[in-house]
Design a protein around this ligand. Structure first.
Ligand SMILES: CC(C)(COP(=O)(O)OP(=O)(O)OC[C@H]1O[C@@H](n2cnc3c(N)ncnc32)[C@H](O)[C@@H]1OP(=O)(O)O)[C@@H](O)C(=O)NCCC(=O)NCCS
Length: 164
């Protein structure tokens, strides 16, 4: 009999989860369009942003980064099929504790429903735990609550915003 943990196992013959890199430019900008408008992002801007993300380390944790953008790659096609970010915020409260923020989760339409979103969230959460976050939070549409609940998140608070 197949158990839930077996069905949820990432097929590593096909998929790889890794940090984003410069050559992902086209795939990542395309993948993000399932989430929102990406607009004009030149390759140069993309590379500059990645260099910035790579350069910022956590206070007292020189091996851990503040910006943790991950991708899932389909190894058969070489294409990025999912992307997501864990931003780690060093705070004053909780003895200068770290809070993780999950942002910009997107799975390419053709690859949705294959548990890739689940594995992406799991990897981001593991990164946050390893880096010492005491909690990880995110905002989402009501239609995606069930997805995040399947990844052990629970409803907390109310999102508010001011847009410019
Ligand atoms: C939402 C999204 C990230 C889900 O990724 P996915 O790879 O298709 O989801 P998974 O296959 O990993 O789903 C994991 C589990 O959550 C469930 N699930 C997925 N989307 C769901 C949803 N919107 N509502 C309720 N449950 C959902 C799946 O059925 C699966 O359940 P199971 O374990 O019982 O089989 C993806 O559909 C997506 O990129 N959507 C467009 C962009 C977006 O909305 N991003 C999130 C911004 S907050």
């Amino acid at each position: 009999m197949t158990t839930t943990s077996e069905t949820k196992k990432l097929n590593t013959d096909i998929y790889e989860i890794r940090r984003i890199k410069a050559s992902d430019y086209e795939d990542v900008t395309k993948t993000l369009t399932v989430l929102t408008t990406v607009g004009v992002v030149t390759k140069e801007k993309f590379h500059k942003l990645l260099n910035y993300w790579d350069s910022v380390k956590l206070p007292d944790r020189p091996d851990e980064r503040m910006f943790n953008p991950l991708v899932i790659v389909n190894k058969k096609t070489g294409k990025v099929v999912a992307t997501g970010m864990l931003l780690i915020e060093p705070k004053i409260i909780h003895e200068c504790g770290f809070v993780g923020h999950i942002e910009d989760i997107a799975v390419a339409s053709s690859e949705q429903g294959k548990n890739l979103g689940y594995h992406l969230i799991r990897s981001l959460v593991e990164t946050g735990k390893r880096s010492g976050c005491y909690k990880i939070i995110l905002d989402c549409d009501a239609k995606n609550i069930g997805f995040y609940e399947k990844s052990d998140f629970s409803k907390a608070g109310i999102e508010m915003q001011i847009r410019f």
